[in-house]
Design a protein. Structure first.
Length: 486
């Protein structure tokens, strides 16, 4: 397996970063004044990058008897991590310090997977070894493959993915989370197998036979081959399609503490099997407010219909017309143009141009972006295109149906999920996730037994000749007449 020294160095580097985040050179405190006049000092934590300040409230209840109320965790950090940095106001996204758009331009997907997992880009030898290990784990256990035969023909591919990824835990059940090699093996397996399972889900939805990966193809090439090859037609991936899949994977590999990554971490905090943790993350990603956003963008563009109707759509959005929503704009974190969206827009133009695809939705999307970014209504609300805005158009051009969009997301985000799961264990951040709630239910009340029921209708034993009709029942003669017909 890759390399105990690399894992150790990566862990040490991450530990240093975490320590620097917690121990600022000049400690600062905020003071919380409580209604009873008492004061509580709250330590201020500073991250390695960024201008945000974090109030360390871990001892808040113990010292003050108070909880915080933060639905959706809009102002709450749940962990310390050294994987991805986002500066929302400035539109910056870094993987281990590297701008994500630079990695898309120059790196392969498995190089970036190595970067996220280990902390450094691999040299030539490490890259070859990592790629060889990934390919070794791309085969799917026949028992897992057989699960696909049990899904109905109209089963959503994400439903299949949630079930099958969870099913991996029945095959790979022996795992010691304290053993770094066991964790590494789990990470490799999931990165290797998710594209294969994704392609199998697609083939199952079509009723076509599944394809196994080929040793001579790259990671992105193999995915396209498994998706589109058939026994009657050999498939050779187009270079621009390979580049597009590679970029899509990199852009979606990680994005800090989003809903699905937080789900994986919370599941991991209970020391659940890692395959079950990734299945939980996949279920969270399935929602239209998270991984299904690019599918919602396609639906919106189709409803607009043509470029000349964009202006009226924008008017309807601003008027808050019922049933009209602007999809693919805005982000919980970014208050500037999403850097991933800039690169995705560039890739869409290149893919459609080189493949000779004419998609009228691209014209609609470009016109909508142009009008929105020139309108103070959207600019003042910091509504800029996000990565989902153009990604669906690119996937359509590659022949990938909308039902597979979220599966593509899950396949790519698995790299980030397993990296966070591994970091959580390495850094000992295993305090089980257990949020509190602000109770708004009924106050304490006394149980009072219900009144006994009234007399029941007579019971007729099946097969008995005795028939005692109740109100509304047929008599025996009427029943025999019904059975005999007219």
């Amino acid at each position: 397996h890759l390399v105990q020294d690399d894992l150790g160095q990566g862990r040490a580097a991450r530990g240093v970063v975490c320590a620097m985040a917690v121990a600022a050179e000049d400690e600062q405190f905020a003071t919380l004044k409580l209604p009873d006049g008492k004061e509580h000092k709250i330590k201020i934590l500073k991250p390695q990058l960024g201008e945000e300040l974090f109030l360390d409230i871990r001892d808040l209840y113990a010292k003050s008897g108070c909880f915080t109320f933060d639905p959706g965790f809009t102002c709450t950090a749940s962990c310390i991590s050294a994987i991805t940095f986002i500066d929302g106001p400035k539109g910056v996204c870094l993987y281990r310090g590297y701008p994500v758009q630079d990695l898309c331009e120059h790196a392969e997907a498995l190089e970036v997977a190595h970067l996220l997992l280990v902390g450094e880009l691999p040299d030539a030898a490490a890259r070859a070894k990592f790629e060889a290990e990934i390919k070794k784990h791309m085969l799917i256990h026949e028992k897992v493959k057989a699960m696909f035969a049990n899904f109905t023909i109209n089963a959503h591919p994400m439903a299949m993915m949630v079930a099958v990824i969870g099913g991996l835990s029945s095959v790979f059940s022996e795992l010691d989370p304290s053993d770094s090699h066991h964790r590494w093996l789990a990470c490799l397996r999931m990165i290797a197998k998710l594209p294969v399972l994704a392609a199998m889900a697609y083939k199952t939805s079509l009723g076509q036979p599944t394809n196994y990966p080929k040793a001579g193809l790259s990671f992105a090439e193999n995915f396209l081959y498994m998706m589109f090859a058939t026994p009657m037609e050999e498939y050779t991936p187009h270079p621009v399609a390979v580049k597009a899949i590679n970029a899509f994977m990199i852009l979606h590999m990680d994005h800090e503490q989003n809903a699905s990554t937080s789900t994986v971490r919370i599941a991991g905090s209970s020391q659940a099997n890692p395959y079950a943790c990734i299945a939980a993350g996949t279920a969270s990603l399935w929602g239209p407010a998270h991984g299904g956003a690019n599918e919602a963008v396609i639906k919106m563009l189709e409803e607009i219909g043509s470029k000349d109707k964009v202006a009226q759509f924008v008017i309807d959005v601003k008027a808050k017309k019922e049933g009209v929503r602007l999809m693919g704009f805005g982000h919980r974190v970014y208050k500037n143009y999403d850097p991933r969206a800039r690169y995705m827009k560039k890739m869409v133009t290149q893919v459609l141009g080189e493949l000779g695809v004419q998609d009228p939705l691209l014209d609609v999307a470009v016109e909508l972006e142009r009008i929105a970014l020139a309108d103070e209504y959207f600019v003042s609300r910091k509504l800029y295109p996000n990565v989902d805005y153009y990604s669906g158009i690119m996937l359509r051009a590659l022949g990938i149906p909308t039902s597979m969009f979220t599966v593509m997301f899950a396949m790519s985000r698995t790299v980030g999920w397993v990296t966070h799961w591994n970091e959580q264990l390495q850094e000992g951040q295993m305090r089980i996730g257990r949020p509190r709630q602000l109770y708004a239910g009924v106050k304490t009340r006394e149980y009072k037994p219900a009144a006994p029921p009234g007399p029941s209708k007579p019971f007729v034993k099946m097969g008995s000749d005795a028939f005692v009709p109740g109100a509304g029942d047929f008599t025996k003669e009427q029943a025999e007449k019904e059975q005999g017909g007219d």
